[in-house]
Design a protein around this ligand. Structure first.
Ligand code: HEC
Ligand code: HEC
Length: 359
């Protein structure tokens, strides 16, 4: 056992050295994808060896009970298909973009410019090197996807507060190394107050539309991770759903093209919608009826976000993160009694029901 302890100590030191190396590499070569991949691979290898040697799982970076299915992460060394040079199109738009353009963090594709106001610079192109374009991840009209958040129509004051809390660290996440959230937090830290106010005014002015179809089911499609989100296996194979939500785009290429019209199917456990409805409306003895604070139709207020028709995967992450105490901004205390007695299964039920309502 003593030998094992020694090896673990060496590996921990190695892990520490790699962490230091990662910090200096990040400053020196922010843009180098190759180095980022190498860094992730080496860190993953060290963690894996440490776990093997110690004979126990590597120390988790996330709070106990984190529902990892709600945080799909690209595996180490994940490579996207190379650009085939063919311009991509989406239904109902005259625009076209190459794959390289669609992967540019400083470009928000403008597929349907007549449907939303002209994007301000911070939304359309961000500011290099650290403020990625808001519209790149959240899409031009803020509809986002399960890997981030739907921010269309959120209250202005709420958006500004969240940005400040990402910046101060009061709002963190259960899986801090997950790419999109890490970039989100980096962007909030580097954004100016003017950037935040401009983006908040823009996104709060947009009406969100329904995009999610919820299906109760004992099975779900088998999935694979495309780029921080799940997609249904093209051969149509299925697997037991169990206690989770599987949320996949109806058309992966359309969603990958960052088209805000992209639609989703969320597979949820049998009976979850009715159980969720009871919790949301009455509290079921375990929580507070949501309308008390979120408005009679859960449409939000000037300070509190709407909770209908939003990604159920995102909703589960938030409910869990309030409970785990990693989301603890100035107003988060209001959610604490709401989630204190909810189990993860309750959270799945609540999220399933809320996703059936129009935003
Ligand atoms: C690299 C992708 C990415 C970019 C770029 C990005 N975000 Fe985000 N954003 C995310 C992710 C991921 C989350 C958090 C999802 C979670 O917590 O599960 C998020 C969350 C948010 C939230 C919280 C939503 C809520 O309902 O509480 C706001 C507000 C937000 N982003 C605004 C912005 C603004 C404004 C910009 C541009 C300055 C921006 N984002 C740029 C990925 C991004
Ligand atoms: C006592 C008031 C109160 C009650 C009751 C309440 N909420 Fe909230 N909720 C809030 C506030 C305030 C926020 C914003 C917190 C922040 O700014 O960090 C919030 C945020 C949320 C969020 C995060 C949304 C986002 O965009 O990230 C979710 C999800 C949520 N509430 C779900 C619910 C559900 C489901 C219920 C009922 C079971 C509920 N809330 C009941 C006050 C409340």
């Amino acid at each position: 056992m003593r030998i094992t302890d020694g090896v673990v100590r060496i590996l921990k030191h190695l892990d520490y050295r790699i962490g230091r190396l990662r910090d200096s590499l990040r400053t020196a070569c922010q843009e180098s994808k190759r180095i980022k991949i190498a860094r992730r691979e080496s860190a993953a290898i060290v963690v894996a060896i440490a776990a093997l040697v110690a004979g126990s799982p590597a120390q988790a970076q996330h709070p106990e009970g984190t529902p990892l299915w709600a945080y799909p992460s690209n595996p180490p060394g994940h490579e996207l298909e190379p650009d085939d040079g063919i311009p991509r199109r989406v239904p109902g738009s005259d625009a076209s973009y190459t794959v390289t353009e669609l992967r540019d963090r400083f470009l928000a594709p403008d597929w349907h410019p007549r449907e939303y106001p002209p994007m301000p610079d911070v939304v359309r192109q961000g500011r290099e090197p650290d403020v990625s374009a808001c519209g790149y991840c959240h899409r031009a009209s803020g509809t986002g996807g399960p890997e981030n958040a739907n921010i269309a129509g959120l209250p202005y004051a709420y958006i500004v507060r969240q940005m400040q809390e990402y910046r101060s660290g009061a709002r963190s996440t259960a899986v801090p190394d997950r790419g999109p959230t890490r970039l989100m937090i980096e962007g909030a830290k580097a954004a100016t107050d003017a950037d935040i106010e401009t983006a908040a005014a823009y996104f709060s002015s947009i009406e969100p539309g329904p995009r999610i179809r919820v299906e109760e089911s004992a099975t779900a499609p088998q999935t694979f991770i495309v780029n921080w989100f799940f997609a249904a296996s093209p051969d149509g194979s299925t697997e037991p759903l169990g206690q989770r939500i599987v949320e996949v785009p109806e058309d992966v290429e359309q969603f990958e093209a960052r088209d805000p019209h992209a639609r989703f199917i969320a597979y949820v456990p049998a009976g979850s919608i009715a159980r969720g409805e009871a919790l949301v409306k009455t509290g079921g003895g375990r929580t507070v009826p949501c309308a008390v604070c979120h408005g009679s139709n859960l449409e939000g207020t000037e300070e509190i976000p709407p909770i209908t028709g939003r990604s159920p995967t995102y909703m589960v992450r938030q409910l869990f993160e309030f409970k785990a105490g990693v989301r603890r901004g100035a107003q988060a205390f209001q959610m604490v009694p709401t989630v204190a007695n909810l189990t993860l299964d309750d959270m799945i039920d609540v999220a399933a029901y809320l996703a059936t309502l129009d935003p």
